[in-house]
Design a protein around this ligand. Structure first.
Ligand code: B12
Ligand code: SF4
Length: 434
């Protein structure tokens, strides 16, 4: 029996990053199923397949179909589930959206979705595959929970599932002026000690952070070098500087022949002064920094720690610039307590930091109360238990009902901030409600 793991194509959005990154969570599940059940697995990635109609046409009759969900691609996930069910498949939803919206999904989609997995998908998918193979009846309880990851058990997710040449070419084409001919993504940890109002990152479900073994990470990097000639790794994990001791262990575990590998990482400004020497030793070339706001008072509402402030960010970015490290600053408009005056301060701060860092890439968005983020708890009452949430509606309800700001005004600031960059990144549904 075939297993098809699907990342729905993201339809109807502008400014989102694609960046030639193979989906590693899906690859991890595929590798686990191959190892423990010798499953016949195929990955269908919406980054590579133009639209969800084409994905549906490639679903095999009677397959076990696992779908990765995020809020923006959830409507696509539902279309794929409908197509797969019509083709006699067993359908499983997982990923960050399903983890946070499991009840609503089961309530509204039980005719096309057999299971929703909350948390990490490797073991639950194996359990479901074994149930199907042995002819066992599915249990009543269709929401499965797997709170802890098992990544080190497998070493790392195989890239053998992907046409890596194509991903690497897309990676280079995404940011042409950076000359990244041999770049790809990996992840070093999952979870974060902070809980910013807008962040819904996956981590161990009981809280805390899962750090991968440095020796496994370097073994993975070695394989990426020998198989695909990689010399630049993009670590999209949550924030590399949150654990100095682990970062030091990563640097110390690096084999001599991998010293040339350049890293592109996410970091909070707070820990940059403590970690700058380690970042240099690791050969970090680029850091994505959550600046969020230029307003002193509003910075306390981000929930990124008590010491978080524009001055702390300014210091951190200055240190990175002195070290010759490229920076992507990231800004959020419509934080709790935001006013027209504080948005103006954030915009001026963005101008200052873009000039300071010579930043080519900038992220800016209105606050989106993603399911799973603290902000979601404030607005969920406005959405009446539906499982279909539009990104633009999430922003609008947040801005009007919670922050009492005009969405049009906030969008102006977002767009003006994006206009500072050669490579703007945001999350905007195309049908603007302006
Ligand atoms: C890497 C990453 C990206 C990469 C994706 C690379 C790729 N091809 O996978 C890029 C940069 C392209 C990206 C883009 C976007 N991303 Co993103 N991304 C992440 C990030 C940082 C890590 C995800 C990851 O790879 N983790 C490591 C792997 C091993 O874990 P995983 O994917 O979660 O998979 C495990 C489980 O979730 C589960 N699982 C996953 N899929 C499935 C499927 C089944 C069937 C099952 C059973 C289980 C299961 O099992 C997996 C293995 O244990 C997360 C933050 C986070 N830490 O979760 C945000 C995150 C998922 N992204 C987010 C968003 C919003 C976006 C964008 C819209 C942002 C933008 N500005 O462009 C776009 C959307 C792109 C798209 N096409 O959908 C949000 C989603 C919010 C939400 N609640 O929906 C997150 C949570 C960050 C945030 N803002 O809070 N992203
Ligand atoms: S510091 Fe970054 S990863 Fe951590 S909660 Fe805040 S936005 Fe999320």
């Amino acid at each position: 029996m075939k297993v098809q793991l699907v990342v729905p194509a993201l339809e109807g959005f502008k400014y989102t990053r694609k960046s030639g990154c193979p989906p590693l969570g899906i690859a991890s599940i595929a590798s686990y199923l191959k190892r423990h059940a010798d499953a016949d697995v195929e990955i269908l990635d919406g980054e590579m397949i133009a639209d969800n109609k084409t994905i549906v046409s490639r679903i095999s009759s009677g397959a076990l179909v696992g779908v990765l969900t995020k809020t923006p691609n959830y409507p696509g996930a539902v279309r794929i589930a409908e197509g797969a069910k019509a083709n006699g498949c067993t359908v499983v939803f997982g990923g960050v959206y399903a983890s946070n919206m499991a009840q609503a999904i089961m309530q509204h989609r039980h005719t096309v979705v057999d299971f929703v997995v909350r948390g990490f998908g490797e073991k639950p998918m194996l359990r479901i595959l074994e149930m199907i193979r042995s002819g066992q009846q599915f249990p009543e309880k269709r929401i499965l929970l797997e709170p802890a990851p098992c990544f080190d058990e497998m070493g790392w997710p195989s890239r053998g599932w992907f046409d890596m040449e194509q991903y690497i070419a897309n990676f280079a084409a995404d940011r042409p002026s950076w000359n990244l001919a041999h770049g790809t993504n990996l992840f070093t940890h999952m979870g974060c000690v902070h809980k910013c109002d807008f962040c819904s990152r996956m981590g161990p479900l009981g809280g805390g952070v899962y750090w991968r073994e440095p020796k496994n990470i370097w073994a993975e990097v070695r394989e990426l070098v020998s198989s695909y000639g990689i010399d630049y790794v993009l670590d999209f994990s949550d924030t590399l500087t949150q654990n100095r001791r682990w970062l030091q262990a990563l640097v110390e575990a690096r084999p001599y022949d991998l010293e040339h590998i350049r890293w592109h990482v996410f970091a909070t400004a707070k820990r940059i002064p403590d970690s700058i020497e380690l970042l240099k030793l690791l050969n970090v070339a680029h850091v994505f920094v959550g600046v969020e706001t230029g307003d002193e008072l509003i910075s306390q509402n981000v929930l990124k720690g008590r010491r978080f402030s524009p001055q702390l960010v300014r210091n951190g970015i200055s240190l990175l610039v002195e070290a010759g490290i490229r920076v992507t600053p990231s800004f959020v408009y419509g934080l709790r307590g935001e006013t027209p005056a504080s948005m103006e301060r954030t915009f001026r701060f963005a101008q200052e930091l873009v000039a300071l860092a010579g930043a080519e890439e900038v992220f800016a968005s209105e606050l989106i109360p993603w399911p799973g983020a603290p902000a979601w708890e404030t607005v969920r009452q406005f959405f009446g238990g539906t499982d279909l949430l539009e990104v633009e509606a999430l922003k609008e309800v947040w801005l009007r009902e919670v922050v009492h700001l005009s969405p049009v005004h906030a969008r102006e600031y977002v767009n003006n901030t994006l206009a500072l960059a050669k490579y703007p990144i945001s999350v905007q549904g195309k049908e603007d409600k302006q």
